[in-house]
Design a protein around this ligand. Sequence first.
Ligand SMILES: [Zn+2]
Length: 353
Amino acid sequence: MRVMIPSLLLIAFLCSCSRKQPLSHSNTDSFNAAVDTTLLVGTSTHISQPPNAPKNMEIDYEWETNEGTIMADESGAKYTAPLHPCIASIDMRAFLQDSMIYHYSTKFLIHKQFVILKADDIIYDKKTILPERWFKFIQLIQSRHAKAALGIIGHYLDKGDATYCRLLKELDASSTFELWNHGYTHSVGGSALVNPELPSEFYLTSLEEQIMHLYKTQDLARQKLDINLHTFGAPGNAIDQNTTFTVESCPDIWVWFFGDPKSNTVVLKRGGEIEFPTPNANFEEFSKRYDPNRNCYVYQIHPNKWDDQQFSEFTRILDFLLEQQVTFINPAEYYMVIKKRNDLIIEEVITGY
Ligand SMILES: [Zn+2]
């Protein structure tokens, strides 16, 4: 039975849970500083002259880039990206009688295709801290200079020792990994699609319970890891209308994996698969469906369930994606680059990708 909690009580609860704290980790901050926006390889955009640039008939403006081409025009410059992914620096300098009086600099992330790896179910192991397969996956991602988003389960933060917490913190602080909120209990019964009568942690449970569970993991990550988690994905992707309210109530959550498409949060849609079925990573099935023209793929994977054969299939997939020159990106980074673009583009992300 669903129990609706009185709205005043709910507001008080949300206020106590959603205290905004500055980001304590640096990975998304440094990424944010590194690029200002994104552009598809081989495409052009207009860069307006900065509003605070000095304007005077006698001033000469010079535009320059280390990647692609740039042509000055009356109101700024037309920039064309190269055909390969890279980070392009663009500089504009203003000269008055041969003296530089102003310098503007911006960076574009030039991409062919974004790939987000949604790696589920980080757990604590008393003997080895993380299960061996998780270490194997982490090393594989690091060795290929790829990226992956690691779903943590709240109750393991309760159980985990200081070494576990330190390890998670280090992973998140690197620009390679982003930890995300994968619920507290991770109980999975049914969903709207499979066994719809059975409840899961965020399906057929009360609003009060869902809020408690989402915020509990947020709070544990703050207390034990000193991290604000910015991405959420429900266990089993099992959600209902209460989940939409719960996720939207949490200002720290920017991105929702496979969430309600009508939500105000940036929802990343499930577009391609690596596992056929879960958790069977399969290169042949993956490559049959792969479309190089898609803007962004979000792949769900379960490395802790892979045997050696499935690891080698995933390694083939990873190497294939690298050959395609994809740009691996984590969800909070993705949010940060798209939010600098206009609302239309953000709308595309929610509905079309
Ligand atoms: Zn899971």
